[in-house]
Ligand binder design. Structure first.
Ligand code: ATP
Length: 492
C-alpha cells in the first residue's frame, strides 16, 4: 500500500505539468538569488527537457552557456530540484543540438537532430535574440562619417567624447597621453594593444571614443567600437544565422578595433576564443587593438592565460580614482560648457560630496543646471542641497564591499587578503563569512557579484555564509553583537 502510494506520488511529481511547475518555482527562486541581470543572461536561456528515471535534462543552446551554467549554477540547480521534486535526484545539462549550426570553422559541435518540441523553443529563442538585436540596431544612431565602418558591427562613436572635452589631471594623465599617442600613431610598437583600465565612470569609454574620432577625422581609416557584451551577442547571432565567416571577415577588415568592458567575457570561453583569434589576426596584420576593462590584464582572472598575456603585451594604462582637484576641474569645464553660471562653492560642495565617479558628478551638475533653467532662478548652495537631496542621501548611505572587507578584517585582526584567500582556518573563514553576510545586508549586490569579490567564490558559498551567520547570530549573542557593531560602524 505504502509502495503504491509512493509510486503514485512519484508519477504525479514526474508528469509534465508537475515538472513544469517545479521548474517555474526553481526559476523564481534563482531569480531572487542571482538578481535580474544574471538571471536573464543565463538562467532564462535554459529550457526544460525530459525526466528519465531520476535524472532531469536541462538544455542550453550553446556550449559556453552550458559550461558556464554548469560551473556557476550546477550544484544549486541540483539542490533546488531535489527540494522541489523528490523524484529528481540528478540534473544533466546538455547542449541543444538543434540550436547549433554546422560550422566548419567553429569550435562548436556539428548540428544533429533533437526533439521537435524543444527545437521550437530554441528557434523561438533565436528569433527572440534576433528581435532584441534588431531593436538594438534601431536605437543606434547612423554614423555621420563615411570613414566609420558601414556594417552592422560597430556602434557609432559619441561625438562629445573628444580629447578636447577630456579634463586631464594626475589620476588620468598617463592614460590620456597613451590614448593621444595611439590616435597619432596607430599600431606603433609598444602601444598595440592599448589596454585602458580603471573603476566605473572614470573616462575609459571617453578616451576610446576620442581616439576613434581623431583617427576618423584624419581620414581613410576604419574604426570599429563595441562593448564586449555586444561582441558576444554578435558572435552568437552570427552562429545562429550561419554567418560566422562574414562576422570574422568584418572584424578582420577593420584598421582599429576597440572593445569596451572586456571583463564581460570572463567565463565566456567560446567568445573569448573567438576574440583571441580576431586579436591575433589583427595584430599580425599591423592593425590597432584598444581594449578597456575594470582591472589590469593580470588581475582579470577568469580570462584565459594566453589572452591575458597577449593583452598585457602592449601598453597598459591605469585610470585612477579622481582627486578633489580633478573633480573640481571637470565640474568647472562642464559648467562652463553649459553656459549656466554655477558658483564655485557649489562646485566645491559637489566635488566633496560625490566622489565615486565622474558619471555621477556630471549627472548631479546636469540636474542642477536643468532645474535652474526650468524655474528661472540661479544655482545656489541652498537650491543644490534641495534639488539633490535624494542623490546626496543615497551617497551618504552607500557602503561598498571593499569597505566591508576592510572593516571586518580590521575588527578581527586578519589580513585583508584573507577575504579572498582560499584559507579555511576558522579564524579566517568566520570573519570572511561575516563580511559576506554584511555585503548581502548592506549592498544591493547579487550573490554572484559578492562571490566574485571574495576570491571568485561561487554564489552558493555566499548563500551558505549568509545562512550560517544568521543562524549563529541567533545562537551566539557575542557574535550577534560583533556583527551589529560592524553594521553600525559601516552605516554611520
Ligand atoms: N576626465 C574627464 N573629463 C571629462 N569628462 C569625463 C572625464 N572622465 C569621465 N568623464 C565623463 O564621465 C562619463 C563617464 O565616463 P566613461 O563612460 O568614459 O567611463 P568608463 O570608465 O568607460 O565607465 P564604465 O566602467 O562604466 O564603462 C562620461 O560622460 C565622460 O565624458
Amino acid at each position: 500500500m505504502e509502495k503504491a502510494q509512493s509510486q503514485d506520488a512519484a508519477m504525479a511529481s514526474s508528469d509534465g505539468s508537475a515538472l513544469k511547475i517545479s521548474w517555474l518555482r526553481i526559476c523564481d527562486r534563482l531569480k531572487s538569488e542571482v538578481g535580474d541581470v544574471e538571471y536573464r543572461m543565463w538562467i532564462q536561456r535554459i529550457t526544460l527537457g525530459p525526466l528519465d528515471d531520476d535524472e532531469i535534462t536541462l538544455y542550453l543552446p550553446e556550449r559556453f552557456l552550458r559550461d558556464w551554467v554548469r560551473a556557476q549554477y550546477g550544484q544549486r540547480l541540483q539542490s533546488l530540484w531535489r527540494e522541489e521534486n523528490p523524484v529528481v535526484q540528478h540534473v544533466e545539462l546538455r547542449i541543444d543540438k538543434k540550436a547549433q549550426r554546422a560550422a566548419a570553422m567553429d569550435d562548436l559541435p556539428q548540428a544533429s537532430s533533437g526533439s521537435a518540441a524543444h527545437s521550437s523553443s530554441v528557434s523561438a529563442m533565436a528569433s527572440e535574440d534576433a528581435a532584441a538585436l534588431e531593436r538594438e540596431e534601431a536605437t543606434i544612431a547612423v554614423p555621420t562619417s563615411t570613414n566609420e565602418v558601414r556594417n552592422d558591427l560597430a556602434v557609432p562613436l559619441d561625438r562629445r567624447f573628444t580629447f578636447d572635452n577630456f579634463v586631464v589631471g594626475k589620476p588620468n594623465e598617463f592614460a590620456y597621453a597613451c590614448a593621444g599617442r595611439v590616435a597619432d600613431h596607430p599600431a606603433s610598437p609598444g602601444f598595440n594593444p592599448l589596454f585602458l583600465y580603471g573603476g566605473v565612470g572614470l573616462g575609459k569609454t571617453h578616451l576610446m571614443h576620442a581616439i576613434g574620432l581623431k583617427l576618423i577625422e584624419r581620414g581613410n581609416i576604419s574604426v570599429a567600437y563595441m562593448s564586449a557584451e555586444k561582441f558576444m551577442y554578435r558572435f552568437i547571432a552570427s552562429m545562429q544565422s550561419k554567418s560566422q565567416m562574414e562576422f570574422k571577415e568584418q572584424l578582420r577588415s577593420v584598421d582599429v578595433l576597440m572593445i569596451d568592458d572586456l571583463q564581460f567575457l570572463i567565463g565566456k570561453n567560446s567568445t573569448q576564443e573567438e576574440f583571441f583569434h580576431t586579436f591575433n589576426a589583427l595584430v599580425d596584420a599591423g592593425r590597432q587593438i584598444i581594449v578597456s576593462a575594470d582591472k589590469s590584464p593580470s588581475d582579470l582572472s577568469g580570462l584565459e592565460d594566453r589572452l591575458r598575456t597577449r593583452l598585457g603585451c602592449g601598453m597598459v594604462a591605469d585610470i585612477h580614482a579622481t582627486t578633489f582637484e580633478l573633480r573640481i576641474s571637470i565640474l568647472e569645464a562642464k559648467a562652463k560648457a553649459s553656459g549656466t553660471p554655477v558658483p564655485p562653492k557649489v562646485l566645491e560642495y559637489l566635488a566633496h560630496k560625490i566622489t565615486t565617479n565622474v558619471r555621477e558628478l556630471e549627472g548631479a551638475l546636469n540636474r542642477l543646471i536643468a532645474h535652474a533653467d526650468l524655474v528661472g532662478r540661479p544655482v545656489t548652495l541652498e537650491s543644490t542641497q534641495d534639488v539633490l537631496k535624494d542623490m546626496l542621501k543615497a551617497h551618504e548611505r552607500r557602503v561598498t564591499i571593499d569597505e566591508i572587507q576592510r572593516k571586518v578584517a580590521e575588527h578581527f585582526n586578519i589580513r585583508l587578503t584573507d577575504m579572498s584567500s582560499a584559507r579555511r582556518a576558522r579564524a579566517v573563514a568566520r570573519p570572511r563569512q561575516i563580511a559576506m553576510y554584511l555585503a548581502k545586508q548592506l549592498t544591493s549586490r547579487s550573490l554572484p557579484e559578492i562571490g566574485r569579490k571574495f576570491g571568485n567564490r561561487d554564489h552558493t558559498t555566499v548563500m551558505h555564509a549568509v545562512n550560517r551567520i544568521s543562524e549563529l547570530m541567533e545562537q551566539d549573542p557575542g557574535l550577534a553583537e560583533s556583527v551589529e557593531l560592524l553594521r553600525h560602524m559601516l552605516e554611520s
